[in-house]
Design a protein around this ligand. Structure first.
Ligand code: AMP
Length: 479
């Protein structure tokens, strides 16, 4: 998963670009990069957090009125600086691009680019596939007189070729600034605007929280298949180039997006409260009567407080979190993941002791956190431990960019709920049901593929196996 931000201003935007990226840091911590255009493309990228990659000197070197930034959580490709985004090309035209998502027909596109367009790929990042396909479509246009219609035709041809999830931002040198989504609209991307004395400044960002931070007004989320083009005079054009059934990733609301972001007019925090409240029915059906509700900090707070409100049971902070410990999720070995979870989360004994505790997390992926939480809470004197997942069982890999692409790693991949309950050692395990989750989004068709196995784009069993193998290989290299 990744975060992207692009700004098209009148004065130098590099400072805003780098600061803005910090507010998207939760979407990717493996690498960061930025490209700015002023006569030529200036690029800086590296491995690590935004504040580690960009120093004061880079901000002053990256001067320009238009730029794109990227934070990367590598779910595909290698973890090398050269694989970090954005990328730029000069043939047939000056183009720079960044994207968030995952191309699923990568083999077919690689072959097309190699055999028909004679392009030699230099990285393992699927952005290259998108950028070269886009560039190849540009070759068919009269570049001296490139019209807005031409640009939308290029987007349409690219969308017709590239399958998968992709929200992209592109600089077309001296012509303008472009953003487009895949036809299903799987990943978020919003348009923002700020009025200045020199005229309007426009931005595209993965999440609206970035606009709050930079003082932009959120205009709106882009529609599935939509392209928005802003020319040099700051005229804004938009067109839905190719549209399929809207399939916004519901896991963005569950886990990925920040709670203060508004996506498709819905505040993420409120969505989590609604999901938490929806869990109350399942707790009652199971006859569970917890004394307190606690959360696994920090992503589960809104689910837990929503559930506590619906059940009229006190919410307490039962686990203290050390924010200075790295991410357990990406560690290669189970033992290392468990050690990190214990260093990261410490139960507050006085809150837990002698209580029937319902502990809420946003999701259970491999079961590392849940199993460990149950153990820690028992050790702290909990009378009973009920584990509650705000997400339904994750039974299928995500092929659209969330780091859950290895089916054999998923605890619910081949187990039923009783087996998982035993495996994590809880007195009871409650999952959100997929039906209840879907009811919350009945007016907004969404992607539930990781729960249902129904992928909005066509995915064959062979492709799933291939993607799983690639992911295992790149994880081994990464570690
Ligand atoms: P696990 O411990 O493997 O069951 O993973 C579940 C925990 O990891 C939960 O506490 C989530 O907040 C977190 N989580 C869920 N999905 C992801 C993801 N794709 N990347 C990183 N962390 C995640």
């Amino acid at each position: 998963m990744c975060g992207i931000l692009g700004i098209f201003g009148h004065k130098d935007i590099s400072q805003d670009l780098i600061y803005g990226l910090v507010s998207l840091q939760h979407r990717g911590q493996d690498a960061a990069g930025a490209v700015v255009f002023k006569d030529n493309f200036r690029i800086k990228k590296g491995l690590g957090l935004v504040n580690e990659v960009f120093k004061e000197k880079h901000v002053s070197r990256l001067q320009g009125q238009v730029g794109i930034g990227h934070v990367r959580y590598a779910t595909q490709g290698d973890l090398e600086t050269q694989d970090s985004q954005p990328f730029a090309v000069n043939y047939p035209y000056g183009l720079a691009m960044a994207h968030n998502g995952n191309v699923t027909n990568f083999r077919e596109i690689r072959k097309y680019l190699h055999d028909e367009k004679h392009r030699i790929l230099t990285t393992s990042n699927d952005l290259e596939l998108l950028l070269y396909t886009f560039a190849a479509e540009m070759e068919n246009k009269n570049l001296k007189q490139l019209s807005v219609d031409d640009i939308f035709t290029v987007v349409k041809a690219t969308q017709n070729r590239i399958i998968g999830a992709y929200s992209t931002i592109t600089i077309i040198a001296n012509k303008g600034f472009l953003a487009f989504k895949d036809p299903y609209g799987i990943r978020p991307l919003a348009l923002g605007k700020k009025e200045t004395a020199q005229g309007p400044v426009y931005a595209f960002a993965s999440e609206s929280t970035c606009f709050d931070y930079l003082g932009f007004k959120t205009i709106r989320e882009l529609e599935p298949g939509e392209a928005v083009f802003i020319d040099m005079e700051r005229n804004v054009y938009s067109k839905i180039c190719v549209q399929k059934q809207r399939s916004f990733c519901v896991f963005e609301y569950i886990y990925f997006a920040r709670e203060d972001s508004i996506i498709h007019d819905r505040l993420v925090a409120s969505e989590r409260v609604r999901m938490g409240k929806a869990l109350a029915k399942k707790i009652r059906e199971k006859g569970l009567k917890p004394d307190i509700i606690i959360d696994v900090p920090s992503s589960a707070y809104f689910f837990a407080s929503g559930l506590a409100e619906a059940l009229d049971v006190p919410y307490r902070r039962g686990l203290a979190k050390n924010n200075h410990v790295g991410r357990s999720f990406i560690k290669p070995l189970q033992k290392e993941r468990e050690e990190l979870v214990s260093q990261k989360l410490n139960p507050i004994r006085e809150v837990i002791e002698g209580k029937k505790v319902a502990v809420v997390d946003d999701s259970i992926v491999r079961g590392t956190t849940s199993r460990h939480m149950v153990k820690l809470l028992r050790r702290s004197g909990a009378k009973k431990v009920y584990f509650i997942s705000a997400a339904p069982p994750i039974q299928h890999p995500c092929v659209y960019g969330i780091d859950m692409s290895i089916k054999t790693e998923l605890i619910a991949g081949r187990r039923d709920i009783n087996e998982i309950e035993n495996k994590i050692g809880a007195d009871a395990l409650v999952y959100q049901s997929l039906e209840d989750l879907k009811k919350l989004y009945k007016d907004m068709p969404s992607c539930y593929a990781c729960f249902s196995g129904q992928y909005p784009t066509k995915i064959s069993e062979e492709l799933l196996n291939q993607m799983e193998k690639d992911r295992i290989c790149s994880k081994l290299k990464k570690n």
